[in-house]
Design a protein around this ligand. Structure first.
Ligand code: CTP
Length: 417
């Protein structure tokens, strides 16, 4: 696949060389377009050597080894043949031009002429970044589906400290990969997703909760929406921003989550239960704040099993996916849960592993169905969300259409069902 990197004139332009290398590691054919200003910071030759392609530096023949006639339409050709356009670093100037549709050089012309996804990774002085004009331009671009990889905060070349430093390359690469794998393969589906950790009140100020951040469920919601599904997200408290174009139903307790899920179930074609649901709640909730006075014994009662209720009420064709976070005998517990709960698949999480799972941005899971156990690689939760959706969609395919590799990892657990 072909990716065009647009380099504009900021100090961070030198980082684009490394970005080109990182994109190439994903077997992408990288082409580079530079603005006039960018060439004050880094030579086109660097990019030509890295990519093996001519670097486009102007709207007319310069920087191109083709004649005038060819170069006159080159920006259209480049715009039409690229699978993604990523502008990194993107200056305040290019963001303003893009927001207003100005096309006065090769890069800005290409931005208008391309129908491929466009990603910008801004880098600038913190005051320029915070300026209402820049923020308004970003909002305009975001509303036009330009993907923005927000800058990091830190020490800036201008000597100031704040937001404006070009995002790390891996964040930019991830955005590129995610737009390239953009598929509209969930159109017509309504995906009901639960996320976050439910809370059960002890008294007016305290609750029993768990460490779920909600990140995995939110990533699933975002990915499903991007892939064309209508998404209903039933969310226990999280610190996350609601994904765009997703219907969010906020809940706190397990009972509220169950009611919200069951009331929307008739609309759902796929149910994904990513929430970490409290298994117990205090049998009685104190009306007033509990005071400290010696040892305290809490009496707990089990909550209702939402997944079980969903399975009981399932309609033909509905897919039901559970999640399980385990700390030991992960696969055995996962299999047991799959069969006991009657879900179509369980996304199995080994939360004893360092650096993945709870609160982390990364995760590694096994997608467990009645006859397969597919180990998905350690990825960011956003990348993983797409892989999990891919696996869910294979459940829609008739078994005889599954390729051999799909069944390679088969586990003989089907017989136990
Ligand atoms: N789940 C649910 N309702 C509950 C508990 C769990 O819907 N009251 C769902 C979770 O959202 C998850 C799946 O069931 O998708 C597995 O959750 P988990 O807590 O691992 O399962 P439990 O039934 O609690 O099993 P165990 O206590 O044996 O681990």
């Amino acid at each position: 696949m072909k990716v065009t990197v647009g380099v504009t004139g900021g100090i961070a332009a030198y980082k684009s060389a490394e970005l080109v290398r990182d994109l190439q590691k994903h077997a992408l054919d990288v082409h580079v377009v530079m603005t006039q200003a960018a060439q004050h910071f880094i030579q086109p030759l660097t990019f030509a050597a890295l990519t093996g392609h001519t670097v486009t530096t102007g709207l007319w023949a310069e920087g191109s080894d083709q004649g005038d006639a060819a170069s006159a339409i080159e920006h259209i050709d480049a715009a039409q043949t690229t699978d993604a356009l990523v502008i990194a670093p993107a200056t305040a100037d290019i963001l303003a031009k893009m927001a207003h549709g100005i096309a006065d050089d090769f890069l800005t012309t290409m931005v208008l002429a391309t129908t491929a996804p466009v990603i910008v990774a801004p880098a600038m002085n913190v005051n320029m970044w915070n300026h209402p004009a820049t923020q308004a331009n970003l909002e305009t671009l975001a509303n036009r589906n330009v993907r923005i990889v927000a800058p990091d905060s830190g020490y800036l070349a201008c000597g100031m400290i704040g937001a404006g430093r070009l995002a790390e390359n891996n964040a930019i690469v991830e955005a590129v990969l995610s737009v390239l794998h953009h598929r509209i393969d969930l159109a017509g589906e309504t995906v009901l997703i639960t996320a976050g950790g439910t809370r059960e009140a002890l008294d007016p100020v305290r609750f029993l909760g768990n460490r779920s951040s909600g990140k995995m469920g939110y990533a699933m919601a975002e990915a499903a929406q991007r892939r064309g599904a209508r998404v209903i997200l039933v969310s226990a408290p999280t610190a996350l921003r609601a994904p765009a174009n997703v219907e969010v139903i906020p809940v706190v307790t397990t009972e509220q989550m169950r009611d919200a899920v069951l009331s929307r179930l008739d609309q759902a074609t796929i149910v994904i239960k990513a929430a970490a649901v409290a298994d117990y709640r205090p049998r009685a909730q104190a009306d007033q704040k509990l005071r400290r006075s010696g040892p305290l014994t809490l009496e707990l009662e089990p909550t209702e099993d939402i997944l079980a209720a969903v399975v009981k009420a399932r309609r033909p064709g509905m897919l039901i996916i559970g999640f399980a976070a385990e700390t030991q005998d992960v696969l055995a517990h996962g299999r047991d849960k799959l069969l006991r709960k009657g879900a179509d698949a369980i996304v199995l999480n080994d939360v004893s592993r360092e650096g993945v799972g709870f609160d982390s941005d990364r995760n590694a899971v096994t997608f467990l169905t009645r006859d397969r156990a597919i180990e998905l690689p350690e990825l960011t939760k956003r990348e993983l969300a797409d892989q999990i959706l891919d696996e869910i969609l294979t459940l829609r395919r008739p078994r005889h259409l599954l390729s051999e590799s799909d069944t390679d990892l088969s586990l003989s657990i089907g017989e136990q069902a």
